[in-house]
Structure formats: structure tokens, C-alpha cells
Design a protein around this ligand. Structure first.
Ligand code: NAD
Length: 542
């Protein structure tokens, strides 16, 4: 049976509004209620088999210490080794499936998530990771759907790319999935990142060992179940939450380790890279290392910037999802003239943001993820309060009595190298440095050199010259650069995402560049009329 099969056109999933009286709001509220009542018992899943190790950890809502959503079972080295053996085995058949059958599993998962599964993934993300309805919708519904639909579309574009053939010869490239297994390690802050880290290599035929973050196991588990319902064969992705050090050691020690698909902090990625380097002689192939890591994302305002647009971008870009987006703005550079105009309003608007339980849809901000995050972020706030070089001009209050709540906080940094201007805080803390209007050019140099990261950044300027200078001088300071917009909210297919310098390998999640890393091309030359004599024409007699 033959046919030139095309993927359906990829379009971004529309974001539902969850406004009062909409059906999606009613359904989400009811799922939230049901999920809050249930007592999940989340297993490890290897080869489709549910394994309960008995080494359980509670799943608590970050915004409500009293809300226990169930437990998850942790795995270690033994489960990791079992999962690897199973994945390598399952990959053999999966890799041999026709591309359209593999794609169909993910296209079906996208449709299920767009319809019957939407409220489940969103509710799990809201409860387990403390996201409001809108932040969950753009993550655990729309972005996962986009990753799967655009993934199929971009893979098809890669497969279409074929070499030329001269007369008598037929050249072609076969895009083979990596041999062995890919190790996917996902962070807590986006459900969609877990789906992409595990799902994208699997879509193009790889076998995947997926270790989710301990604070996103609930949504990770439902992501796995969604793929299972969509027809993903057992073992193609094995889901092993557990001890990150033991599981990572089992993966990176293994001869079949073919790639690392990582998102998380820079320190962890660098330690994994170091281990892989040390073990390089053990592997059957050179592993592909793809990592998207930390950021210290900036907004730089030119004196000509639109004040209202700048103020709005600072609030939305810094405080949505409590600043726990890798792309969240966390340092801003504002000229003195503009600061006089927006400073008070910005502080008032920040202080007016409603904070609380995500199940109460009036809240803009919710809780930060866990005790570690809470202590680390509040440490920065306390030190800023005590520092002669900084002033807390909005927020600054916090409480862990009911959940891990930190008020959105604005820090005015008198020096551009104050720690809140340099470190990735990964919380609702925006640090602002006010520069003299005539120091625009020097300020661009400070923006470029202050942090080791280069993930996202934005310039606000109504004069084109300001835009031009920022584009030029900050060329390597961000992998995703925004002009008169907040530096968050990248959409699959529209703004391929990833950063350089210490922020990652910049393989652009949700793009063909990323997919290519999970493929190893085989070039095939077929001679249609092979030569039958050794002698070349030039060797003939005069
Ligand atoms: P994290 O580094 O703590 O954890 C990420 C993953 O690494 C988790 O699965 C965790 O269990 C695992 N891990 C932790 N310690 C490990 C170890 N010693 N060995 C092996 N694995 C280990 O990060 P997080 O707190 O979940 O996420 C926040 C970080 O992720 C921030 O730095 C943020 O900037 C970054 N991030 C980056 C992007 C991006 O696209 N650049 C996107 C999201 C998050």
C-alpha cells in the first residue's frame, strides 16, 4: 500500500477564556472539586505496568498545606535500570512503525486534550503546581496540544528534506530515531515541558525514560495517561518519578544512553553534562545533550518608551505564575524621566494584584511551589530590605502559614550589580534599576554583561533608533527577544523558545531544530546503473 501521506495542517489551539458563565469554567470548577476530594496513588509506570514501591511522598497543594491530593511512589536505581531495559526493547518495534502511525498517537492525544481531557490536565496543574485557570490553560492544555500538532508538522518538514540525485543515481536520507534511549528530565513549572521533553523524541521513534519533577508528578502522571489513552504502546515512554541522583546515574552510566532532553536549573544541567563527559567512552553513540536552563530575563526601556505599555509588561511579565517562568522578567532598566512617570502607578498596580487559592478565579497570583523555593525567594526579599543599596517599594510580605504565599515584590536597586539584578530568583520579585536618561548606551552594555544567562529579554522604545541599538548590542543577551512586549508567553510555532550562554543549548523547543536532535540521518546512495569496469575514460590511449 502506498501514498504520499501528509500531516493535517497545524494551527495553534485557541485559548479558552474561563470567563463567568462559560461551559469551560463550569467543567473546570467541577473537575477541581472532584480532584481535590480524590486520593491519588500514583505509581511508576514501566512497560505499561504500574509499580508501587511503597516509598511514597505526599502530593500537597502549594497554596494549601491542608489539601493532600494523594501520594506518589518513588523509584531509584533499580526501577531506572528496569525502565531503561524495557524502553530499549519497546523502541525496537516503535521505531519500525510507519511515521504516520506514530504521529497519529500524538495527534489523537492533542484532540483528546482539546476536548475530554482538558479539564483534567488543567485541574492537576492548578492544584499540584498552583497555577490560575489561565496560566494552566496556556500550559497544560494549549501548549501541549501545540507541541504535538506542530511536532508532527515540523517532523514532516524534516523528512521532506532530501538530497539531489544525479543521472543514474538515486540519493535519499532516512531519518532514523536515535538508537538506545533518551533520558527526559522535566522541571516543575510547566506541565507542557514534561509532555514535550518525553513526547517529542518519542514521536519521531525514540524510546524515552521520563523522570518528572517531584513537584509536578500529578500533572505528569495524567500526561502519561493521556498518551496511553491515545494509543502510545507500553514502554515507549516509561514514567519514573523518584530520586533524581540515582535515576540520573543509572541513565548516564548506561551504554544505550543516546540523549538527554533536560529543562531545569543550570547547575543540574551542568552536573549531568559533566557526568556524561566523564562517561563518554562507555556509550554506543555520542549522546545528544539538549538542555534549557536558567534565566535572568530583562526589560530595558528607552526614554521614548510608552509608559502604560512598559508598566503593563513589567507587571504581567514579572508576576504571572509568581515569576516561576524561566522567561519571567526579573530585572528592568528604566530611565529616570520615565520612572518619575510610572513608579508610583507600578507599585500601586503591583500591590493591588489579588493573591490566593487558584480555585478562586479572582486571584492573579497563587503560591510558589515549595518550601525550598519559598525560603530562597524570601531570603532575597529580606536581604533587599536590609541592604542600603536596595529598597522594597511594593510587596515584600510573605507567609507560609496556609500555603507558600509571597506578595509580588518590586525592589528598587540603586546599583545595577545588586544581587537582585544578577541572580535568578525564580519567584515574584522584580528588581528595577533607574538609569540617567543620557546613559542609554552604557545601560545596554550593563544589560548585556550583568548575568551569565541569555534566555529572554525585551526592549521598549517608540523611537526606532532605540529598537535598533538594543537589537544590535543585545544580540547575544537573549535567545528570545521582544520589542514592545513582555518577554514571556512564547507560543509553539510562533516564537520557537530557547536561550544561549548559560541558559541552554538553544535547540528551540517546539521547532524542527529540536526534533532534529532526536534523529540520526542515514544517507543512502543507490546506483541505478553500476559501473562494470575499473578503468576511467582519462586512462584511454591518445
Ligand atoms: P531543577 O533543576 O531543580 O529540577 C529540574 C529537574 O532536574 C527535575 O526533574 C529534578 O528532579 C532534576 N534534578 C534535580 N537535581 C538533580 C540532580 N542532582 N541530578 C539529576 N537531576 C536532578 O529545576 P526546577 O526547580 O524544577 O525548575 C526551575 C528551573 O528550571 C529554573 O532554573 C528555570 O529557569 C529552569 N527552566 C528553564 C526553562 C527554559 O526553557 N530555559 C523552562 C523552564 C524552567
Amino acid at each position: 500500500m502506498s501514498g504520499t501521506i501528509r500531516m493535517p495542517p497545524a494551527v495553534n489551539e485557541p485559548v479558552l477564556s474561563y470567563a463567568p458563565c462559560t461551559p469551560e469554567r463550569a467543567e473546570l470548577k467541577s473537575t477541581l472539586h472532584a480532584m481535590s476530594e480524590q486520593d491519588a496513588d500514583i505509581p511508576i509506570i514501566i512497560g505499561g505496568e504500574e509499580i508501587r514501591t511503597g516509598n511514597t511522598h505526599p502530593i500537597r497543594a502549594p497554596h494549601d498545606h491542608g489539601l493532600e491530593l494523594g501520594v506518589w511512589h518513588a523509584g531509584g536505581a533499580e526501577e531506572a535500570r528496569r525502565a531503561i531495559a524495557n524502553t530499549v526493547e519497546a523502541r525496537r518495534e516503535w521505531a519500525s512503525w510507519p511515521w504516520e502511525d506514530r504521529a497519529a498517537v500524538f495527534l489523537k492525544a492533542a484532540e483528546l486534550l482539546s476536548t475530554t481531557w482538558r479539564s483534567t490536565l488543567n485541574a492537576a496543574t492548578m492544584l499540584g503546581q498552583s497555577k490560575n485557570a489561565f496560566q494552566a490553560e496556556i500550559d497544560s492544555a494549549c501548549e501541549i496540544i501545540d507541541f504535538f500538532r506542530f511536532g508532527a508538522h515540523f517532523a514532516e518538514q524534516i523528512f521532506d528534506h532530501q538530497p539531489v540525485s544525479e543521472k543514474g543515481v538515486w540519493n535519499r536520507i532516512e531519518y532514523r530515531p536515535l538508537e538506545g534511549f533518551v533520558y527526559a528530565v522535566s522541571p516543575f513549572n510547566f506541565t507542557a515541558i514534561g509532555a514535550n521533553l518525553a513526547g517529542t523524541p518519542a514521536m519521531v521513534g525514540c524510546g524515552v525514560l521520563w523522570k518528572p519533577s517531584k513537584t509536578a508528578v500529578l500533572s505528569g502522571y495524567y500526561t502519561y495517561k493521556l498518551l496511553e489513552e491515545a494509543g502510545l504502546p507500553p514502554g515507549v515512554i516509561n514514567f519514573v518519578p523518584g530520586d533524581p541522583v540515582e535515576i540520573s546515574a543509572a541513565a548516564t552510566d548506561h551504554a544505550d544512553f543516546a540523549g538527554l532532553h533536560f529543562t531545569g536549573s543550570t547547575a543540574v544541567f551542568q552536573s549531568l553534562w559533566t557526568t556524561v563527559g566523564r562517561n563518554i567512552g562507555r556509550y554506543r553513540s555520542y549522546p545528544r545533550l539538549v538542555g534549557e536552563t536558567g534565566g535572568k530575563d530583562f526589560i530595558v526601556a528607552h526614554p521614548s518608551a510608552d509608559p502604560a505599555a512598559l508598566r503593563t509588561a513589567i507587571v504581567r511579565g514579572s508576576f504571572e505564575y509568581q515569576g516561576q517562568k524561566c522567561s519571567a522578567a526579573s530585572r528592568a532598566y528604566v530611565p529616570a524621566s520615565l520612572w518619575r512617570e510610572i513608579g508610583d502607578d507600578l507599585a500601586a498596580e503591583t500591590d493591588a494584584l489579588a493573591m490566593g487559592d487558584p480555585a478562586d478565579f479572582r486571584n492573579f497570583v497563587n503560591a510558589v511551589i515549595d518550601r525550598w523555593g519559598f525560603d530562597s525567594i524570601t531570603g532575597y526579599i529580606d536581604r533587599a530590605k536590609a541592604s542600603p543599596d536596595a529598597e522594597v517599594i511594593a510587596g515584600g510580605e510573605y507567609s507560609d502559614s496556609d500555603g507558600f504565599f509571597i506578595r509580588p515584590t518590586l525592589v528598587l536597586a540603586r546599583t545595577p550589580d545588586h544581587e537582585t539584578m544578577c541572580d535568578e530568583i525564580f519567584g515574584p520579585v522584580m528588581s528595577i534599576h533607574v538609569y540617567p536618561d543620557n546613559a542609554w548606551s552604557e545601560t545596554l552594555d550593563i544589560v548585556d554583561s550583568t548575568s551569565p544567562y541569555a534566555l529572554t529579554g525585551a526592549v521598549f522604545s517608540q523611537e526606532r533608533r532605540g529598537v535598533r541599538e538594543a537589537l544590535e548590542r543585545l544580540r547575544n543577551a537573549a535567545g528570545n527577544f521582544y520589542i514592545n512586549d513582555k518577554p514571556t508567553g512564547a507560543v509553539v510555532g510562533q516564537q520557537p523558545f530557547g536561550g544561549g550562554r548559560a541558559s541552554g543549548t538553544n535547540d528551540k523547543a517546539g521547532s524542527a531544530y529540536n526534533i532534529m536532535r532526536w534523529l540520526s540521518p542515514r544517507t543512502i546512495k543507490e546506483n541505478l546503473v553500476p559501473p562494470t569496469s575499473v578503468e576511467y575514460p582519462f586512462m584511454g590511449e591518445e
